[in-house]
Design a protein around this ligand. Structure first.
Ligand SMILES: [Zn+2]
Ligand SMILES: [Zn+2]
Ligand SMILES: [Zn+2]
Length: 361
């Protein structure tokens, strides 16, 4: 994620800001420009003007509850922005807690969409692709007749992504993280992982492009339910660390792909943040660990370039975290087989991006 600036006064502003702290202008994110804009008043109620080039816009309908800060064109028939229009079931907003949960979920979702737009990955909604389009359900937990909480399940099926809304609560998510023995669990991580399954459908399965995939990730025809059952009952594969990014990735090739897709986005997007802040590391006496992000990570040449910049940077930030008594920010090891998987993903994603660019031209 890059750092933005207020186009009215030049102040640095962040992706999720609603208002400029210096000039006080209301801010909105214009998705097709991938940038934040200060909003000038317009003649029509609820319309706003952005300058350079001048354009009338209005807020996504979810801005009414301060859930979203993205804009749509003023004359667009859609009420919701390009991210929110993918939602089917949204969290209960009867309570302030419910609104806050949705706000955190929506923030992570827009962050995901920022990356999808930057990479120009396909993201049809259900109107454009009624069977396999990308749609989200944010599910509330149920309480059964015994008064026990039945947690909603996070998962993916044919473009439908379910996210357990309660995971927006830190305590609930942390309990889930500990019970699953995971080193890392975030809303953004869920969005990135589940979208990985959707991307596999679109870019591998629907194109009948299995050979390259199987050569790297193995044969996904292995029964999925049996594989997951084995994973949960007998634990992960022995020595999974040597060829998988996480224990869960070792459960089935689909999960391996989704995990690697999530990590591809983690790395690319976080490197973009590092680049926009000019972060570079040059450890004294350990010059072999120097790193500077002097390229656009969203348009990297290959995964090797990303990983070479990422490893020294993540080691440095992990060390800073430890000095504050905090857990590692990136508690993962990128073994050579994992880098090969990221290389496959890089080629797949960049090729899809070039195709959409050619279509748009
Ligand atoms: Zn400003
Ligand atoms: Zn929106
Ligand atoms: Zn998965």
């Amino acid at each position: 994620m890059r750092l933005f600036d207020c186009d009215h006064c030049g102040q640095s502003v962040h992706f999720d800001n609603r208002q400029c702290v210096r000039c006080g202008y209301r801010l909105g994110f214009v998705p097709d420009r991938l940038a934040m804009f200060s909003l000038e008043p317009a003649m029509e109620p609820n319309w706003h003007l952005v300058v350079e080039p001048a354009r009338s816009v209005r807020f996504c309908a979810n801005a009414a509850l301060d859930i979203c800060n993205w804009m749509v064109d003023a004359d667009d028939v859609q009420e919701l922005c390009i991210a929110c229009r993918h939602n089917r079931l949204v969290p209960n907003v009867d309570t302030p807690d419910g609104v806050n949960r949705w706000r955190r979920i929506d923030q992570a979702q827009r962050h995901l969409f920022y990356s999808l737009l930057r990479l120009r990955l396909p993201h049809p909604d259900r109107k454009q692709d009624p069977v396999g389009g990308l749609v989200f359900d944010f599910l509330e937990d149920k309480v059964n007749s015994m008064g026990m909480v039945e947690p909603a399940m996070t998962g993916h099926e044919e473009g439908l992504i379910a996210i357990r809304a309660a995971e927006a609560d830190d305590v609930t998510r942390e309990m889930a993280r500990m019970s699953m023995h995971e080193p890392y669990r975030t809303l953004l991580g869920h969005f990135r992982h589940e979208t990985g399954h959707f991307v596999w459908n679109k870019l591998v399965r629907n194109r009948d492009d299995f050979d390259g995939f199987r050569a790297i990730f193995g044969d996904e025809r292995e029964d999925y339910d049996t594989a997951l059952q084995r994973h949960y009952e007998s634990g992960p594969r022995q020595n999974w660390q040597t060829s998988f990014i996480s224990a869960y990735a070792s459960s089935h090739p689909w999960e391996d792909f989704a995990e690697c897709f999530a990590h591809y986005l983690h790395i690319v997007d976080t490197l973009e943040t590092a680049r926009s802040f000019g972060l570079a590391v040059d450890p004294r006496g350990h010059e072999e660990m120097a790193s500077e992000v002097d390229f656009d990570p969203y348009r990297a040449n290959n995964a090797e370039q990303l990983v070479s910049a990422w490893v020294p940077l993540s080691v440095a930030v992990n060390s800073i975290q430890r000095s504050m008594g905090q857990p590692d920010f990136y508690p993962f090891v990128l073994s050579p087989p994992v880098v090969e998987k990221l290389e496959y993903l890089h080629r797949l994603i960049q090729a899809a991006g070039r195709e959409s660019e050619a279509r748009a031209a």
